[in-house]
Design a protein around this ligand. Structure first.
Ligand code: K7E
Ligand code: CUA
Length: 682
């Protein structure tokens, strides 16, 4: 590994040296054929073989350096890992950086056969996400949030929301498995989640489309009175690795469409910020001659950023000053106003998201219909609250005047959406309409880190196409790493081979570690499942997942040894009336027992433990016709239950090619037809 690194460094130096001899290509929108740039000149410092490849492919020096920057020889691990939402696949994607290799798809809200998720195991977690008793086995995941300590990723847990049904899931990063799903009792859909407070005391789930709280009914004519927004604070119990709904609460908000939230940190710790759109409270109805939502919700020049005092809200909740919605404590809008929990301030033109600088001093908002980002000062907000100089909205919520709280505005380009930060005093904003990323300079304490004037556009780079979120390595924490930026592009169009009318999304890796103004595009990665919205990038060294489960007989759900663990030599089948209990082990290359004889109508409880201690020695277990399909990682114990209602002969077998004798890793489940035992006895 050390030798490989050395070789890489030497090659990189050679190539960089050769690149500097070539005039830099002007940056412009890429042409679909990707042509236009000169091929690498002969004698540019490459070996004869490499030069021949470069020439045959028409590679430019930039192409070659991009290839080298992302290439990892076999066995070399990535420096960073991305956790990306899987969009409406309901799952989470794990991607290595800089290689952009897909490392894993984590099953979350949706059954995932290769992980045995939802086919005998995982069902109880999936069932926690049932909505009003109905099975909902998909989700529209939007915003993953890594757990934080002191405002920095700690690599322990991952949270993610389901916009479609207002649910939140928790993934334990010791085994990358989903442990819990909570359904919001107050809201039927969400968007402003998940985000965590700096020590992960709370997981934030903000709403989106206003509706009567508690999934109630009210006609749209009553929108102003009966429809409401909300933000829920889920208390996280780190020891249990679970959200504790009994210590969680919601704040009722006006029926503006809360969009995204972010937790204050350092200077602003204890406060929460949520942007919103449709402060117009448009209710649509294009078919009745009303302005469509897209027009009605964009009439006004401003919407409202919400400032929420979480410290005060927690006090009020703990004092019991709440009402109940579906049995869940809610701080009413009036209480939030009376107690100084909620303030508003204008934000320009249909914004999307609020992003807080690493020091917690500034809140960045981009109006989708405004070419600027607007930067707010936390200090000025606090002073404005202190001064008491404000008007109120229709609901009596104080509205802090924009001029009192605004720090700066930077014109960045068309369709600005989301912003992240690096370690050199720059911010990066995605430009949906321009299909570009804008880099701009921060002010305040960051002004010393870069040569430019504060609050200035420094440069833009084109992406392909229609970028939504972007992410920088640890770029939403108190200490961003810079180095890499990933553009999460909504459209791919011509970037990849045509695979029919439904196209993948395009993640583009950009090197932002260059000093100066260049941002080099390195790599395009197609995302062929769902539409990822947001992602976070964590240093790989911060993760410490298990290689195998800590002890034989481990139950991943409880993260402890299962009382039903089966040790080698303890395999057996126990009958108790018409209940049959199977105690089975799996190891290369056999299940014990290999014959399971039961009778039609028996209730079967089947315990199975993978007793392997070798890294990667996973066994599968499937029973045909009974819809059972497990993945048993080394040490893992699982229990499945079913009624043997179908007689016949069923070969259970291992679904992982685990050894040379994997095909022999099988057994017979013989289900005697009803009454046959009685017949034989005669
Ligand atoms: Cu697609 Cu954050 Cu849900 Cu923006 S969100 S693009
Ligand atoms: Cu175990 Cu194949």
């Amino acid at each position: 590994m050390r030798r490989n690194t050395l070789i890489m460094v030497v090659i990189t130096i050679l190539v960089i040296a050769s690149c500097s001899l070539v005039p830099k290509q002007p940056e412009g929108p890429a042409t679909p054929d990707g042509g236009g740039e000169a091929a690498v000149p002969a004698g540019a410092g490459l070996s004869a073989g490499a030069a021949a490849i470069a020439e045959a492919r028409g590679l430019t020096p930039d192409d070659i350096s991009a290839a080298l920057k992302t290439y990892l020889p076999t066995g070399v691990h990535d420096d960073y890992v991305i956790f990306a939402s899987g969009g409406h696949s309901g799952q989470v994607l794990v991607i290595g950086v800089p290689s952009m290799r897909l490392l894993k798809v984590i099953a979350v809200f949706t059954p995932e056969p290769w992980q045995g998720w939802g086919y005998g195991v995982g069902n109880e977690v999936l069932a926690e996400g049932d909505v009003n008793g109905r099975e909902v086995r998909w989700a529209d995941t939007h915003h993953p949030a890594l757990s934080e300590t002191g405002g920095d990723y700690d690599g322990q847990f991952l949270f993610i929301n389901d916009k479609a049904n207002a649910r939140v899931a928790i993934i334990d990063l010791r085994d990358f498995e989903t442990k819990q799903i909570v359904k919001n009792p107050v809201a039927i859909n969400d968007h402003g989640g998940t985000f965590v407070t700096p020590n992960t005391d709370y997981v934030i789930e903000g709403g989106q489309y206003a509706a009567p709280l508690g999934w109630e009914y009210a006609v749209l004519d009553d929108y102003n009175d009966k429809y409401r927004g909300m933000v829920t604070f889920w208390k996280f119990d780190r020891d249990q690795g679970r959200i504790d709904p009994a210590s969680s609460f919601t704040i009722e908000l006006p029926p503006y469409w809360q969009d995204l939230c972010d937790a204050g940190k350092l200077a602003s710790e204890g406060w929460i910020f949520c942007n919103s759109f449709n402060a117009e409270r448009a209710t649509g109805g294009i078919e009745s001659g009303n302005p469509p939502f897209e027009a009605g919700a964009s009439q006004g020049d401003t919407d409202y950023m919400h400032l929420i005092n979480l410290v005060k809200a927690e006090e009020v909740y703990k004092a019991g000053n709440t009402t109940e919605v579906n049995g869940f404590p809610v701080i009413s809008l009036q209480t939030a106003i009376d107690e100084g929990i909620l303030y508003l301030t204008p934000e320009p033109k249909s914004p999307h998201g609020v992003d807080i600088t690493p020091d917690g001093q500034f809140m960045v908002i981009s109006g989708k219909l405004d070419p600027h980002v607007t930067i707010y000062s936390f200090e000025k907000m606090m002073a404005a609250i202190e001064s008491g100089n404000w008007d109120t909205d229709d609901y009596g919520v104080p509205v802090l005047p924009l001029d009192d709280v605004k720090e700066a505005q930077v014109e960045v380009g068309l369709g600005p959406l989301h912003t992240q930060f690096d370690n050199q005093g720059y911010a990066y904003t995605s430009l949906f309409l321009d299909s570009a990323v804008a880099r701009w300079s921060l002010g305040g304490d960051f002004a010393d880190l870069h040569p430019e004037e504060p609050w200035q556009l420094v440069g833009t780079t084109s992406v392909h196409y229609n970028i939504g979120h972007l992410l920088v390595a640890e770029g939403d924490t108190v200490s961003p790493d810079g180095k890499y930026l990933v553009a999460m592009n909504k459209w791919a169009i011509d970037r990849f081979a045509n695979v029919g009318p439904l196209l993948p999304q395009n993640f583009q890796l950009i090197d932002i570690d260059n000093t100066g103004d260049s941002m080099q595009l390195l790599y395009d990665m197609p995302i062929g499942i769902g539409e990822p919205h947001y992602a976070q990038m964590i240093e790989y060294a911060k993760l410490s997942p298990w290689e195998i489960y800590p002890e034989i007989g481990w139950d991943p759900h409880s993260q402890s040894v299962s009382p039903n663990a089966v040790q080698p030599g303890e395999e057996k089948i126990v009958r108790n009336g018409n209940e049959v209990e199977v105690f089975m082990t799996a190891v290369r290359s056999h299940f014990t027992p290999e014959h399971v004889e039961i009778e039609q109508g028996d209730h079967v409880i089947w315990h199975i433990t993978n007793i392997e201690r070798a890294y990667d020695a996973t066994h599968g277990f499937s029973i045909p016709a009974y819809n059972i399909n497990l993945s048993l990682e080394p040490g893992e114990a699982q229990t499945i239950e079913f009624d043997a209602d179908q007689p016949g002969v069923f070969s259970y077998y291992c679904t992982e090619f685990c050894s040379a004798l994997h095909l022999e890793m099988t057994g017979y489940m013989l289900v005697k037809p009803n009454g046959s035992a009685a017949l034989l006895a005669k």
